[in-house]
Design a protein around this ligand. Sequence first.
Ligand SMILES: [Zn+2]
Ligand SMILES: [Zn+2]
Length: 386
Amino acid sequence: MNLFYMIYTPSGTSETTHTHKYESKITKQATCTETGVLTYTCTSTTGTCDKKTYTETIPATGHKFSTEWTVDVEATETTPGSKSHHCTVCDAKTDVTVIPATGTVEKPLTITASKTEADKTVTFTAKAAGGKEGYTYKFIVYNKTTGTWGLVQNYSSKNTCTWTKGSAGDRYFYVDVKDAAGNVVRSEALNVKIDAATPKVTLTGSSETVNAGAKLTLTAQTTLGSGCTYKFIIFNPSTNQWFKLQDFSSSNTFTWTAGSDGTRLFYVDVKDADGNVTRSKALNVTIGNGSANWLSVKATVSSNTSKTGDKITFTAEGVGGKAGYTYKMVVYNKTTKIWGLVQNFSSNNTITWTAGTAGDREFYIDVKDADGNVARSAVMNVTTTK
Ligand SMILES: [Zn+2]
Ligand SMILES: [Zn+2]
């Protein structure tokens, strides 16, 4: 026999499978310190779902601390402060560290210095600040011209110092201030320049060189005030002779007519209203082309000692200038202080002298060239004994 199995299926129902289809959603965010929740929900609509939702835990994130310090409390002179590393997400702090109190902040010691210059003095004034009060001041000077340091005023509570202007020089003044704690600070340099004094009497010529026969005008100037009188003087180095050109007079100029070639030195003496006389520096003037400057004489003596009655021989030789020399010999007796002429200008250049009396004598030979220039020899000493 055949068995028929009939499957009975109630109408309106059908046999279908359910496959979960989950979607996730964060239902609670995790924070630095607290866990979060991730909720899964099944969205499949076929069949019957036996696990509509379930959850998972999201771990806490942990703090994210900055590497930078944040000052939470500023330190003051008397109270400490604090600093920490802050979480960049929440308000958490870590590594809380004490910032020590700053204590009293001392201002650094400083000094300013100034000067006021008068005719004959300079007054320096210094002003200190900061450091520990109770200042003393020292004044020093560096003379750049001589390269030397000097003390003007040693440490004292006086913050001013008056210096009397001295010799010419380029000076730098400094002020040192010392505070009650012994700290020392030096001021900036204060420069005082003293020029060499202007000469009280100056002599100028209308030219530095003139030809023989030409005019040279000499002009004297003075700061010695009114009522001065002027004396003009000339010196000829080749003959060792001085001449007065003009005696004291109110005229401060003199016109000189140039003589023979060579060098001349001019001076002016200025007498002030009180009768004090001040001489100018030498004014050097060359006459001619200067060839006369090349004239000289070489003179020799046979002996520097003699007995009375001995003969001494002097020999002279002109050098330079214009050929055609003549020679003159003079003697100065140092014992009697008398000058004498041994030979006037002559072409003879070998001069014999006989010692008459005992004494110390100086001999000179002058040479004159064809242009009339004259030059004197070096001294020749002869000592004569009985
Ligand atoms: Zn499901
Ligand atoms: Zn945090």
